[in-house]
Design a protein around this ligand. Structure first.
Ligand SMILES: Nc1ncnc2c1ncn2[C@@H]1O[C@H](COP(=O)(O)OP(=O)(O)OP(=O)(O)O)[C@@H](O)[C@H]1O
Ligand SMILES: [Mg+2]
Ligand SMILES: [Zn+2]
Length: 511
């Protein structure tokens, strides 16, 4: 007896339809699965066997063969448990096979037959819709993300639920949601507000510029000066996500299996702040069958690396490719996958090991050698990808008391969005360039023309501060953004003068 159940497998942040074929022959009892990696097969076989028995069905005492077709493509994950179990029950005559072709089924099962949350259901739902499936049967905790893809998604808790749906006897109805409503509702979001930050006007200004031009930024300051506080508020001043961005980010979180059960769509830009003990696989993605890492979970949002010099050097180095390309490619023996990783880097560090170098209220206890060594932990090539370095000095007590008087996140974001609109027009039709920070040298030459006076100021600054040729391009990009924030077509000398300030640490810190 033979049965075929439609299911799906993940590939990066996409999914493709897979057939779980089950054949039962009157031969000595055995249970073989082909088309999965060895260790996954073993585990799945055990779960499926127990789940079938504990759901009140006999496990066939015959030769059971399961093939996940196409067999030549590497598959991974526990989401094949449920289709395999249903296939076995169908091939044994416990489920009518009539409806099997019309549904896509995914889900992990527990030994007791309950259906458990699985990862990557949003991409599966997208694939199911493209395929034209009549319905998608998913674990109940995944039903929200499935419904985002506009398919009829049926939430199930156990094997019996699935059988009833397939036989048309179920009272479970497809879960409905209106993605536009959810998206619009999420529009005005629960970001932390910049209003809470007292003082730090120049740091806030720099963060506004960074947000406006998508410039990566490094904050340097003593303990307790508010670096973490500022960073956490940064995603809120980025332009609100488009629906397309929201879907892309949600897909990545779905594939990583970290989407909360009651969340259909991530409408808030992600803010990821991995600890400095993170491994390179944790940061860029990895594993035998790679999962997205922090750089991808931060896609369309912010990756915050606090205490930057504490990260292992090799970990920071692997970040360079995704930082540059907006995509991370992970090659393993079995498979090569890519995940999107267009994030903005916000990094923070103390100026020295004790934290108080240059602080007017605390004495620094470090030797010059210690300070140099500490700063040398960050490589030149990484620093080169960070357009802006700013100092975040400690705030006097007087400023911390009293009512907050600063601007709100909303006010700042409005200006950022205006500046982004100008950039959108500027870069229309240019691939992979959405903001000033993405400009190549050629584009910089084209869009950052200076007047002779401006040219002069920049030259002087560079000689005086001993900046590199690379710093030159960086200053131009940041000047472009400063001009855009003022809706100024031309880059004026004072725009350049401000941009140069965001390199002022170059000589002192990194020379
Ligand atoms: N400018 C500020 N306005 C209001 N509160 C502040 C400000 N700066 C610091 N604080 C308060 O001090 C706390 C510590 O700040 P935060 O953790 O951001 O410092 P930090 O610069 O990240 O320090 P570290 O170098 O130790 O990580 C904040 O939670 C906040 O309550
Ligand atoms: Mg901090
Ligand atoms: Zn010190």
């Amino acid at each position: 007896m033979y049965a075929r159940v439609k299911t799906a497998a993940l590939h990066g942040i996409d999914a493709y339809i897979v057939d779980a074929e089950v054949d039962i022959l009157y031969k000595l009892p055995s249970f073989t699965i082909v088309g999965l990696p060895d260790n996954a097969i073993k585990e799945s076989r055990e779960r499926v066997t127990s789940a079938i028995k504990n759901s009140g069905f006999p496990f066939p005492q015959n030769k059971v063969t399961v093939n996940l077709a196409p067999a030549n493509i590497r598959k991974e994950g526990s989401s094949f448990d449920l289709p395999i179990a249903i296939g076995i029950l169908a091939a044994s005559g416990y489920v009518s096979t009539d409806a099997l072709d019309r549904f896509i089924i995914v889900g992990e099962i527990g030994l007791d037959g309950t259906v458990l949350k699985t990862r990557g259901v949003l991409p599966v739902a997208v694939a199911a819709r493209k395929y034209g499936a009549e319905g998608l049967i998913v674990p109940k905790d995944n039903v929200q993300e499935a419904a985002v893809a506009d398919v009829d998604a049926y939430p199930v808790s156990n094997i019996r639920d699935v059988i009833e749906i397939l036989e048309g006897k179920s009272s479970i109805t497809p879960f409905k949601l209106n993605i536009r409503d959810i998206f619009n509702m999420g529009g005005e979001q629960h970001y932390l507000d910049f209003k809470d930050v007292r003082g730090q006007e120049s740091a806030k200004r720099a963060l506004e510029i960074a947000a406006a031009g998508a410039h990566n930024i490094l904050m340097i300051g003593p303990p307790g000066s508010g670096k973490t506080m500022l960073a956490r508020r940064f995603p809120g001043i980025l332009p609100t996500m488009t629906l397309e961005e929201a879907l892309e980010t949600t897909k990545i979180h779905s594939v990583a299996g970290i989407l909360p059960p009651n969340v259909a769509l991530l409408t808030t830009r992600p803010f990821r702040s991995p600890h400095h003990t993170i491994s390179d696989a944790g940061l860029v993605g990895g594993g035998a069958y790679p999962k997205p890492g922090e750089v991808s979970l931060a896609h369309n949002g912010v990756l915050f690396l606090d205490e930057l010099p504490e990260f292992q050097r090799n970990v920071l180095e692997v970040m360079r490719q995704p930082l540059e390309d907006g995509v991370v490619t992970i090659a393993r023996a079995a498979i090569t996958l890519s995940f999107p990783s267009r994030f903005m880097l916000v990094a923070a560090m103390n100026p020295c090991p004790c934290g108080y170098y240059g602080d007017p209220y605390h004495e620094c206890t470090c030797t010059i050698t210690q300070v140099r060594k500490y700063r040398a932990k960050i490589s030149g090539p990484l620093l080169d990808r960070i357009d802006m370095h700013i100092e975040v000095p400690s705030v006097r007590y007087e400023k911390l008391a009293g009512e907050p008087t600063g601007e709100s996140t909303e006010e700042i974001r409005a200006r950022v969005m205006e500046a982004r609109l100008i950039q959108q027009k500027r870069f229309e039709g240019i691939k992979n360039v959405y903001a000033n920070a993405h400009m190549t040298t050629k584009l910089i030459r084209r869009f950052c023309k200076l007047s002779p006076e401006g040219e002069n100021i920049l030259k002087q600054a560079i000689t005086r501060m001993g900046l590199s040729a690379r710093a030159y391009d960086r200053v131009l990009k940041v000047s472009r953004t400063i001009a855009d924030l003022e809706n100024s077509e031309s880059i004026e000398p004072y725009h350049i003068a401000e941009a140069v300030q965001y390199r002022s640490l170059d000589r002192e810190y990194w020379a």
